[in-house]
Write a protein of this length. Structure first.
Length: 107
C-alpha cells in the first residue's frame, strides 16, 4: 500500500489528511494524475470514486462469485476501468480469498 493523493498534487491537491488515502501501488499507478474517467456505459466523463466522500456500496458491488467488482453508477463504472480493478492478478487473488472465506468483505 502507498499513500495516494485523491486530488493529485499535479492538479493542486494538498498533502493533508483529507486529501490522502491508502491505495495499492498498481491502482495508484493506473490512476496517475486523473480525477475523472470515462463511464463505459454512457460515454460521459465523470469523477472517479472518492472514498473520503462517497460510500463504496453506492457505486460498486461484488459479482456473485466475489471475484470481480462491478460499477453500478457512472462513477463506479469509470473507476473500475480507470483503476483496472479487475485485472487478472486481483481476480485470481480474490478467488483464493473466497475459497478460504476471507472475501467478499461484509458491508
Amino acid at each position: 500500500m502507498e499513500i495516494d493523493h485523491l486530488i493529485p498534487e499535479a492538479l493542486g491537491g494538498l498533502t493533508e489528511e483529507t486529501n490522502l488515502w491508502l491505495a495499492c501501488s498498481l491502482c495508484n499507478n493506473h490512476k496517475g494524475d486523473r480525477i475523472v474517467g470515462l463511464d463505459p456505459l454512457s460515454g460521459e466523463v465523470v469523477r472517479l470514486f472518492n472514498p473520503r466522500h462517497q460510500s463504496w456500496c453506492d457505486h460498486f458491488r461484488w459479482t456473485e462469485s466475489g471475484d470481480r467488482i462491478v460499477g453500478i453508477s457512472p462513477t463506479g463504472r469509470a473507476s473500475v476501468v480507470a483503476l483496472n480493478l479487475n485485472r487478472p492478478s486481483l481476480v485470481h487473488a480474490r478467488r483464493l480469498w473466497v475459497a478460504v472465506g476471507w472475501h467478499p468483505p461484509d458491508d
